[in-house]
Design a protein around this ligand. Structure first.
Ligand code: BGC
Length: 809
């Protein structure tokens, strides 16, 4: 029950019919709730998230593309993440969005999980602190967060059906704390249920979880919505505590719930509760008295102040893993740089629902050249990591945009009834292509004025939901009018059809893709234009030769949304393609090689210490190319620390042997020994430990003092001296030394500080008594025994500088 239901909400619930009330329990289309016009209840709008706010368009309305979760996790800086939340709220308001579908706070249980990049960390305390900051920032701006995915959506393998089998202690110590903190401390306004089952029952039907833990134990008074197409029943889901089925048209709640109430299968007060949660949310986001932005077009606001916050987040979330002193580069001493690698152009992002269309696509080799005006900068791709025919690079298209024409027939005839511009190469229309024009009665032409940067045989292609053709200069080049089944476009897509076309560098070509429905019942239209530049047989050798001839080689490797995405997991920890060989060959050719890794999850780095420096850049969003260049030349300082362990081999990871499960179940057999808890307890040496990250300066730790600060917590005071010549950030980490059944090391507190060169700062780290305790299955609660605890204070989970003791009275 919403505890403080306003008279408005109570009055509306009273005034509504059962059908009106039930109508609010199911979405309309992908992103909206229905309005109840008779009573002036407006239509609530939701949007993904979490690394930007996409809005309701799947064709590429632009918004600020922000860093992925693991980069945010690497900041270890809740204050900064709160500012990022405020930026997200501004972005949401520009898109008329009331509920942001994020943050993703599931724990990184295995680095192979496809959505690892969306999560913050493998550690519950770090995840919880950042979740509270993120939610407070967004909701402080008047926009709701829908924290997700509740609970244990920790892998994509069989994500719609698998049962995560987790014991009570592990659930409460590892997998639930971030949700709990977001509810209790940040008062999060909405929660999204996970697709998977938890201990055999779908999360959306888990009364113990939704009514027991979430509402009764934590006092949650907000809205519980399903993940998209993740509702499986009417009565079970409704009674268990699911308030809203997304998206529409509904299959289980909505009219079916109205029928169940009328038939007496669900009590009307159960429905009333849901409506109170829904109207309560509308009241919180300030639209119950009328939505000021309803019906307004979504804005594309490229705001420099928001970008500046994103830049600070990226600098503070980029992790300098290794540095033999080559970084920062000194611009005066460098006359030539080879920028190499498949990700050295526009940086990549993870795939799936978190994707947004950026305002700008800067290329790393260009931003590096801008920072080193006195040097010759050459760019060589070295190898390619395309899993499928790559999409047309919009930086080679006039205006960076595709122009779209909509026709109210299936044959592209007559004048278009509407036009649009799109800033992404994959376009999709679900339900309607334009207001009032259903996809199945429409056709669409997409035009690109394309100027190839290299000449030769280009592979051009099409993937579409519907039948399609690609014309080059008016001539049909690719015919996909009899599409074969593919996997894209929510399963409605065709296989890719391609042709090789000889193109001349610098000449402009008109590419036109035409798409129309496959049948009268197709609800989805979509098209993606593919264009793969001619490949030189000696790309690899050219890259190595360029490296050998340059003062410094910068290799930008990594992954992309075709390898790392919602919907599937990674097969292993390796970098796709020949990237390992490329790094090793470049390192052999030039000892001054810096490797920049643009990926969202840990990758194997057997070459790490043979390179001169390694920067983990994650998926930094649209400011990334500029910030990375600033970091390389020392205009900014990388101050991230790893929020996940980087193992040497997959066999060393805690879920190995349990993941991905079999027969519909995955046992969380590692229990609480997740990530560094496992590695430290088993004395397994990682490639890079949890909490690790270097700086452009060095820090000394002095004698530590510990004292009580009020009931329930202590403070560890750590004098930190910057012993180098540059200002820098340090993240002081406090671990509990475990014994017996406890893990060897448990993060119990941390603080990030900036210390000027040569200065000392006394860093205060709060450690709550709760953090020192454990979940007790006898009392179903956390227990901290009075006594003396050993604390390890250091700069990572392995770099312990001081040991001290703390007494809980
Ligand atoms: C994802 C959610 C997302 C939703 C809407 C689902 O596939 O699991 O995280 O918010 O789609 O796009």
């Amino acid at each position: 029950m919403v505890s403080d239901v306003s008279s408005d909400v109570a009055g509306l619930v009273e005034a509504m019919t059962v059908d009106e009330k039930a109508s609010l329990t199911a979405g309309i289309g992908l992103w909206y709730l229905p309005a109840v016009e008779r009573l002036g209840v407006p239509a609530l709008k939701v949007s993904d998230g979490p690394s930007g706010v996409r809005g309701d368009s799947l064709i590429g309305r632009r918004s600020l593309s922000l860093p992925c979760g693991t980069l945010i996790g690497s900041t270890w800086n809740p204050d900064l993440v709160r500012q990022l939340g405020a930026v997200l709220a501004d972005e949401a308001r520009d898109k008329g969005v009331h509920v942001l579908l994020g943050p993703t706070v599931c724990i990184v249980r295995t680095p192979l999980a496809g959505r690892t990049f969306e999560s913050f960390s493998e550690d519950p305390l770090l995840t919880a602190r950042l979740a509270v900051a993120y939610v407070s920032g967004v909701q402080g701006g008047g926009v709701a967060c829908c924290i997700k995915h509740f609970a244990c959506n920790d892998q994509e393998f069989e994500r719609h059906t698998i049962s995560a089998d987790v014991d009570e202690r592990t659930l409460h110590e590892i997998h639930l704390p971030a949700f709990e903190a977001a509810v209790k401390e940040a008062g999060v306004w909405a929660v999204m249920t996970a697709y998977n089952k938890l201990n055999g029952v779908y999360c959306g039907e888990q009364a113990d979880l939704l009514s027991g833990v979430l509402r009764d134990d934590w006092g949650f008074d907000g809205l519980v919505m399903s993940d998209w197409f993740g509702t499986h029943s009417t009565v079970e889901a409704a009674v268990a505590g699911l308030d809203l089925e997304m998206p529409g048209p509904s299959a289980w709640l909505g009219p079916s719930l109205a029928a169940a109430v009328k038939a007496g299968d669900v009590d009307e007060p159960v429905l009333d509760d849901k409506v109170r949660h829904l109207l309560g949310l509308m009241e919180r986001v300030g639209i119950l008295g009328g939505d000021p932005v309803a019906g307004r077009a979504e804005l594309e606001n490229d705001d420099p102040d928001r970008r500046a916050v994103a830049q600070r987040v990226v600098a503070q979330g980029t992790v300098l893993l290794h540095n033999d002193g080559v970084l920062p580069l000194s611009p005066d001493a460098i006359r030539s740089v080879a920028v190499i690698g498949p990700n050295a152009g526009a940086l990549e992002a993870g795939g799936g629902s978190s994707e947004v269309t950026p305002h700008r696509r800067r290329r790393v080799f260009e931003t590096i050249a801008e920072r080193l005006p006195g040097a010759t900068v050459v760019h060589e791709v070295g190898c390619r990591i395309n899993r499928e025919l790559p999409s047309l690079d919009l930086s080679l298209v006039t205006g960076g945009a595709l122009s779209i024409e909509y026709f109210d027939n299936n044959s592209l005839s007559g004048p278009p009834i509407g036009t649009d511009a799109a800033y992404r190469p994959r376009l999709i229309w679900v339900g309607e292509v334009q207001p009032g024009l259903p996809s199945n009665r429409a056709s669409v032409r997409v035009r690109a004025d394309f100027t190839p940067d290299v000449g030769g045989p280009w592979r051009l292609g099409l993937e579409s939901a519907g039948r399609s053709l690609l014309r080059v200069g008016g001539e049909v080049a690719v015919d996909n009018t009899e599409p074969k089944r593919g996997v894209g476009f929510f399963g409605a897509g065709s296989a890719v059809v391609e042709a090789t076309v000889e193109l001349v560098a610098g000449r402009s070509y008109v590419l036109e893709a035409e798409v129309w429905p496959r049948s009268a019942s197709s609800p989805i239209l979509g098209v993606r234009i593919g264009a793969d530049p001619p490949q030189l047989a000696d790309e690899f050798e050219r890259a190595v030769a360029a490296a050998a001839a340059a003062d410094v080689a910068i290799v930008v490797v990594g992954s992309n949304g075709a390898w790392e995405s919602e919907g599937f997991d990674r097969p292993d920890l390796s970098l796709p393609g020949e990237q390992r060989q490329l790094i090793e060959a470049v390192v052999a050719a030039n000892p001054r090689t810096v490797v920049v890794v643009n990926a969202g999850s840990p990758v194997e780095m057997p070459w790490a210490t043979s390179a001169a420096a390694v920067l983990m850049a994650w998926y930094p969003g649209e400011v990334g190319a500029d910030v990375i260049a600033d970091l390389l030349v020392g205009r900014a300082e990388p101050s991230g620390r790893l929020p996940v362990s980087f193992p040497k081999r997959i066999e060393d990871t805690s879920a190995f042997g349990f993941y991905p499960g079999a027969d519909g179940h995955v046992a969380y057999g590692e229990g609480v020994f997740v990530g560094y808890r496992h590695l430290s307890t088993r004395r397994i040496e990682p490639q890079f430990p949890f909490g690790h990250g270097l700086s452009y300066t060095t820090f000394d730790y002095g004698d530590v003092e510990v004292g009580r600060v009020g009931a329930g917590s202590s403070e560890v005071q750590v004098p930190v001296t910057n012993t180098g010549e540059r200002d820098g950030h340090e993240v002081v980490q406090v671990y509990l030394q475990g014994s017996g059944e406890q893990t060897e090391r448990t993060l119990v507190g941390f603080a990030k500080v900036q210390v000027a060169a040569g200065e000392q700062s006394v860093v205060a780290v709060t450690v709550s008594d709760d953090a020192l305790g454990h979940w007790d299955v006898g009392t179903h609660g956390r227990v901290t025994e009075p006594g003396t605890y050993t604390l390890l204070v250091g700069a990572s989970s392995l770099d312990i500088r001081v040991t001290t003791e703390l007494t809980v009275p």
